[in-house]
Design a protein around this ligand. Structure first.
Ligand code: BG6
Length: 461
């Protein structure tokens, strides 16, 4: 075989509770910010489809796990819904939720699929948002309680935990660019949200270690390598600052235990540093992750700004750089994102050279496609574009490993077409297609290809 992966390589896919379970207000679950926002502004959601309309994992978990098995997954990530497990955010656990997650975990294990469990995937319980969400230290305390509860209920069987999925997304979406609730546009508040998320991560890491259980705990970051338009110092500086804001604001504290000095200096200069407590630095220092999940979709192309910033305008990251549409870049014609496979290798190289080569894996990579039904042939989605997408990324990942990167696996976003926040079902990502009317599941060609690749632990050119 041309591309053979290390023994015990993790082959699988990722999903999340709020995007798959459904039953968003039943079986004891309380509303999240998504349920609340959908009630208030359904027009913000593609075709008016909200969080109740998912791929019904709450009912179909057993059949879906059988499909994971058919796809030769040896590992699978999902999350535990805070609002389902602890409906009032801080108090009693919901026995129906415990029974549900126990069944899922036990079935995954029975099928030889290692469960990777993430705690927070954008789904703040509304009751906690009303207390200030991630702007509030009280919510950090409540999250720690939720984490401890999960470790004590499920940590006997779940050995791979993650504190957050893509924590920068709620910051960008909810507090800078208005694509998540609570639709705030305010850098100072965004900085406080980001800071408290890092603190919450560190508190959960400590809680896991306090539990004395064997296993590991990490975090999942979406990394977007920032490439400057040119080697001109102004472009290089602009790309560096974009990297500080969108990657290193999380990467450094969770892998090095501290923030980049130049990020701190920049925020101090503009009086944007979030409020800290004296004990925070030690907590963050001790919260270094055992394992990093890397979600990689696309890079950032950056240039320096052509115009001067109006100092009277609100402070934003874009004061320091602009996005750059690189001529000739390869695009996903069905989603509008750039495809740059080498980015995965550049991320691994950066982690190896600058972050001590941590244990890591690709926790999401994937190709969204609009109106994917048009590619149906003989009753199946013939998604050759997705096979090529995965294969080309895997080649770069393979190169990274052959050069010494400590990359342990590759998970695809995602197993089954699922509900995706405001985009609902606009972009399909699954290895398995979902008929929204009948809930019928059909493995796509890419699912068949992945299944063989996982079974052979590699592929030919
Ligand atoms: C990932 C998120 O970044 O992108 C997922 O972790 C999300 O939760 C996925 O569903 C796809 O996003 P979109 O906007 O293309 O549907």
């Amino acid at each position: 075989m041309d591309y053979v992966f290390p023994k015990n390589f993790w082959w699988g896919s990722a999903s999340s509770a709020p995007q798959t379970e459904g039953e968003s207000l039943r079986y004891g679950k309380s509303p999240t910010v998504w349920d609340h926002w959908f009630d208030a502004q359904p027009e913000r959601f593609h075709q008016g489809v909200g969080p109740a309309d998912t791929s019904t994992f709450y009912q179909n978990w057993k059949a879906d796990i059988a499909l994971l098995k058919q796809l030769n997954h040896n590992s699978f990530r999902t999350s535990i819904s805070w609002a389902r497990l602890i409906p009032d955010g801080t108090g009693e656990v919901n026995p129906e939720a415990v029974a549900f997650y126990n069944q899922v975990i036990d079935e995954l294990l029975a099928q030889g699929i290692t469960p990777f469990i993430n705690l927070f995937h954008f789904d703040m319980p509304m009751v906690m948002q009303e207390k200030g969400g991630w702007e509030s230290r009280e919510v950090v305390d409540a999250y720690e309680h939720y984490a401890r509860t999960c470790f004590s209920l499920f940590g006997d069987r779940v050995k791979t935990w993650f504190t957050f999925n893509e924590p920068v997304v709620p910051v960008e979406g909810g507090y800078l660019y208005d694509f998540h609730y609570p639709n705030v546009v305010d850098f100072r508040r965004a900085a406080s949200v980001a800071y408290h998320t890092v603190l919450a991560h560190a508190r959960a890491v400590k809680a896991w270690r306090d539990s004395g259980r064997d296993g590991e705990i990490g975090i999942i970051l979406n990394l977007t390598p920032s490439y400057p338009r040119s080697q001109h110092p102004a472009d290089v500086k602009a790309a560096h600052i974009a990297d500080l804001f969108f990657n290193r604001s999380f990467l450094d504290p969770v892998l090095r235990g501290s923030y980049p000095e130049d990020l701190v200096a920049l925020l101090r200069e503009y009086d944007m540093l979030p409020a800290c407590q004296p004990e925070d630095a030690a907590c963050i220092r001790d919260g270094v992750a055992d394992l990093l999940g890397v979600n990689y979709y696309q890079p950032r192309r950056i240039k320096c700004r052509d115009d001067a910033v109006n100092p009277a305008s609100p402070f934003m990251p874009e004061w320091f750089f602009s996005a750059y549409e690189m001529p000739g870049r390869k695009m996903n014609p069905y989603r509008g994102w750039e495809i740059y496979e080498r980015g995965i290798y550049d991320i691994l190289t950066n982690l190896r050279e600058n972050y001590g080569n941590p244990r890591c894996y690709i926790s999401e990579n994937g190709m969204g496609v609009e109106n994917e039904q048009r590619f149906e042939k003989d009753g199946k989605i013939d998604d050759q574009y997705r096979i090529e997408f995965v294969r080309e990324h895997l080649k770069w990942l393979h190169k990274g490993i052959s050069e010494g990167s400590n990359c342990l696996g590759y998970h695809m976003w995602t197993f089954i077409d699922n509900w995706s926040w405001c985009n609902a079902y606009k972009n399909r990502y699954g290895f398995v297609s979902l008929d929204l009317d009948t809930q019928k599941r059909t493995v796509k060609r890419s699912g068949e290809w992945f299944s063989q690749t996982a079974e052979r632990n590699g592929f030919d050119e």
